[in-house]
Write a protein that binds this ligand. Structure first.
Ligand code: ADP
Ligand code: MG
Length: 231
């Protein structure tokens, strides 16, 4: 964030994040004191091989799992000790999620999958419908609005998942290997579109990947190694 024209407000501050898992007698220390700051609108790649703790870290930041030590601040609010209802509020109002597998609702159309989070956040139906159509159209799915996930290709499914994650203009998008289930060509295309939309609406993003070429397309790369982060 050396460009002074960027906002200097941080959307994410992680301090001393630790997480270990007990496997019988053995304790595996997956995160051993992770520190990370993500600025407003900044797109950070979380790089590391399989098993290095990327998903574990994103689950902590996404308030999806307990059992962590350390402090997490999202958009200025300390969140690691919030109760379930407050966590749900932070996820709904501040965060967007994209996973390796799309997790779309199978009985709903592409458009409905993107409309739903907007309705939950309080948007009026016509506004949510129009916004979903616009986002999906921008991702090249203008002719697929009424398709169900099973009627879409893998790349199209992930584009819908991207539109759903961005629908409420979250300050921070958390993406866990968002193109990890796609062939190389489609992965590059979907990632480029994801980055374009995230940049266009000014969200920040933390994107887990084991792919160095994809990571280099982001603003900054941090690497998980032996439970800690290095730039
Ligand atoms: P990555 O996403 O980088 O592939 P993960 O965060 O999924 O890595 O896993 C990191 C390590 O933590 C792995 O060794 C994994 O086996 C272990 N781990 C993750 N979740 C659990 C769990 N719920 N119970 C036990 N071990 C776990
Ligand atoms: Mg993972």
């Amino acid at each position: 964030m050396s460009n002074p024209s960027h906002s200097t407000a941080n959307v994410l501050v992680v301090e001393g994040l630790r997480r270990s898992f007990k496997q019988g007698e053995v304790v595996i220390e997956v995160l051993r004191g992770v520190d990370l700051t993500v600025g407003a609108g900044e797109i950070v790649a979380l790089l590391g091989p399989s098993g290095s703790g990327k998903s574990t870290m994103l689950q902590a930041v996404g308030l999806l799992e307990g059992g962590f030590e350390g402090a997490i601040t999202i958009a200025g609010e300390r969140v690691e000790k919030l109760d379930a209802a407050a966590r749900t509020r932070v996820r709904r109002d501040r965060l967007g999620f994209v996973y390796q597998f799309h997790h779309l609702l199978p009985d709903f159309t592409a458009r409905e999958n993107v409309v739903l989070p907007q309705l939950i956040a309080g948007a009026a139906r016509p506004v949510a419908d129009a916004h979903a159509g616009q986002l999906l159209g921008d991702l090249g799915l203008g002719a697929r609005l009424d398709h169900r996930p099973s009627q879409l290709s893998g790349g199209e499914q992930q584009r819908v998942a991207v539109a759903r994650a961005l629908a409420n203009k979250p300050v921070l998008v958390l993406a866990d290997e968002p193109t990890g289930n796609l062939d190389e060509f489609t992965a590059a295309k979907v990632l480029a579109e994801f980055l374009r939309l995230v940049r266009g609406q000014g969200s920040a993003a933390l994107v887990a990947t084991h792919n160095i070429a994809l990571a280099r397309q982001m603003d900054r790369v941090v690497t998980l190694h032996e439970g800690r982060l290095a730039e």
